[in-house]
Design a protein around this ligand. Structure first.
Ligand SMILES: Cc1cc2nc3c(=O)[nH]c(=O)nc-3n(C[C@H](O)[C@H](O)[C@H](O)COP(=O)(O)O)c2cc1C
Length: 217
């Protein structure tokens, strides 16, 4: 129940008050993001964190001037792999095997099948697949922030190519995917704070299915 109460408490905060989030709460949110599951465990994304006001001001300019970016405490930026090279995938599996005290070759069959599945799909498909994984981590951070009574605004409203350029991501193999300002709501100036949460009704959102609903294939 606690999680559901936290999810009901949170909302996409439109106005933050500039108060700083304590380091231990920031660490908790980042740790939840790090613990997110990812396809094949590749963890094909990372998080950049900043509270640098001058940098936040620049980022705001490429995020349609959304004021949460400068009124927040910290901005979390997810950046995902721009493709699945053999070197990159092998490196993750080698590290995973090292952590588990297993020989590097242990998962070679799985790794090779993954590489041969992804290679023909092309780099854009791969970058999109990696970006999707980063959103799972993003959601974990949003939930963890709510648990810590820290406000957070999920933001896709920015120009990723420009952010990549600003943050010198071009040529690093990473592309920005989504950003999350965290901080504290300024209730008196936030038009959304007292609005009823709007979601699809359960009966529309959830459909129980059986074999009778399946196609004959
Ligand atoms: C991926 C994603 C991108 C979003 N981008 C923005 C954004 O750029 N600016 C903004 O104010 N809200 C943004 N939102 C917030 C949504 O509008 C909000 O989550 C949704 O309306 C549900 O409301 P609630 O989060 O307040 O419950 C985004 C949400 C998600 C999940």
């Amino acid at each position: 129940m606690a999680l559901l109460d936290d999810l009901k408490w949170r909302y996409a905060t439109k106005k933050m008050n500039g108060q700083m989030v304590p380091q231990e709460k920031l660490d908790y949110i980042l740790e939840a993001a790090r613990l997110a599951p990812s396809s094949s465990g590749l963890q094909q994304y990372k998080i950049l964190v900043t509270s640098d006001k001058a940098l936040l001001e620049k980022i705001k300019g490429i995020a349609y001037h959304q004021n949460q970016i400068t009124d927040c405490s910290h901005l979390l930026i997810w950046a995902a792999w721009d493709g699945y090279s053999e070197e990159r995938v092998t490196n993750v599996f080698n590290n995973m095997m090292d952590a588990r005290n297993l020989p590097h070759e242990t998962m070679d069959a799985y790794k090779n099948s993954l590489l041969s599945l992804y290679a023909p799909l092309g780099q854009e498909w791969q970058a999109h697949h990696a970006a999707k994984q980063s959103y799972i981590s993003f959601a974990m951070a949003i939930a963890a922030a709510a648990e810590q009574k820290v406000d957070a605004t999920p933001i896709e409203g920015f120009i990723p190519e420009k952010l990549d350029e600003l943050l010198n991501l071009k040529g690093t193999g990473f592309r920005s995917t989504v950003i999350l300002p965290i901080g504290y709501r300024e209730e008196e100036n936030d038009w959304l704070v007292n609005m009823k949460k709007f979601r699809l009704p359960k009966e529309e959102f959830i459909t129980e299915i059986t074999i009778n609903d399946a196609a004959d294939i």
